[in-house]
Design a protein around this ligand. Structure first.
Ligand code: MN
Length: 251
């Protein structure tokens, strides 16, 4: 099994090092990852600048682009054969609920799915993020890689995996939960007297609902949410089909 490994925390982050090491026990691993932190870059693709690939050691390519660029470049440029699996992570911090579209970690798995390669994203929810914290999640990733490879994923589906630290209680199939975002924007004044702002600084909460990713992880279980790229809200069709959309065109 050939496994392409990427992330959004950058090629030097402890999470990807632990992941690559663990996955190398179940397959051949090539790491193609951003040369620096690219968290919260979402599904961004670099179309108007050149991309550089620097092989910093054998099988480790540092890319001057986004996680989505890495999957593209890995599959179409750097690897001579299509990988059997793409694994993205292990992200420093959970990727759950409404946060998923911000996540570069999740977007990399999305991109692989678009290219017809089975994929999962894996993130660690930990207060400390020491290197040893990643060990259990990395071991879980190796097992899951083998399962995905032997069973195959359902059509157009990829997995979003979130792992808590400590002894794991169970593995649960979950749905996306709901974030409670803080409304806080921090305003400061720079040394030249101009205002600047920080977003995303407030305390983040979540709705603690059984069956969700947040609930599983907060209760010590691994959360696996099957995702697909179709964002269509089919439940809204009944209501919206009663609207009069007022199509007006010049004769
Ligand atoms: Mn990240």
């Amino acid at each position: 099994m050939l496994i392409l490994v990427t992330n959004d925390d950058g090629i030097h982050s402890p999470g990807i090092v632990a992941l690559a090491q663990s996955l190398s026990t179940v397959g051949d691993v090539v790491v193609v990852a951003p040369d620096r932190e690219r968290s919260a870059i979402g599904h961004s693709l670099t179309l108007h600048a050149p991309l550089r690939a620097d092989e910093i050691r054998p099988g480790f390519f540092a890319i001057s682009g986004t996680p989505t660029d890495c999957v593209n470049l890995g599959i179409h440029g750097l690897l001579s054969v299509k990988p059997d699996l793409v694994v993205s992570g292990i992200n420093r911090g959970g990727n759950m609920g409404d946060d998923l579209t911000y996540s570069g970690t999740v977007a990399a798995a999305m991109e692989a799915t678009l290219m017809g390669v089975p994929a999962f994203a894996i993130s660690l929810e930990s207060p400390t993020f020491r290197l040893e914290d990643f060990t259990v999640a990395a071991q879980f990733a190796a097992g899951l890689a083998q399962t995905v490879h032997s069973r195959g994923l359902p059509l157009d589906t990829f997995l979003n995996v979130n792992v808590p630290v400590g002894k794991l209680a169970a593995v649960q199939l979950t749905r996306q939960g709901k974030r409670r975002y803080s409304d806080k924007v921090e305003k400061k004044i720079d040394p030249r007297g101009r205002a600047y702002y920080w977003i995303g600084v407030g305390e983040l909460g979540f709705e603690d609902v059984p069956g969700t990713d947040f609930h599983a992880v907060s209760n010590g279980s691994v959360s696996i949410t099957p995702l697909h790229l179709d964002l269509t809200n089919f439940r809204s069709f009944d209501e919206l089909s009663t609207w009069d959309f007022n199509l007006q065109q010049a004769e």
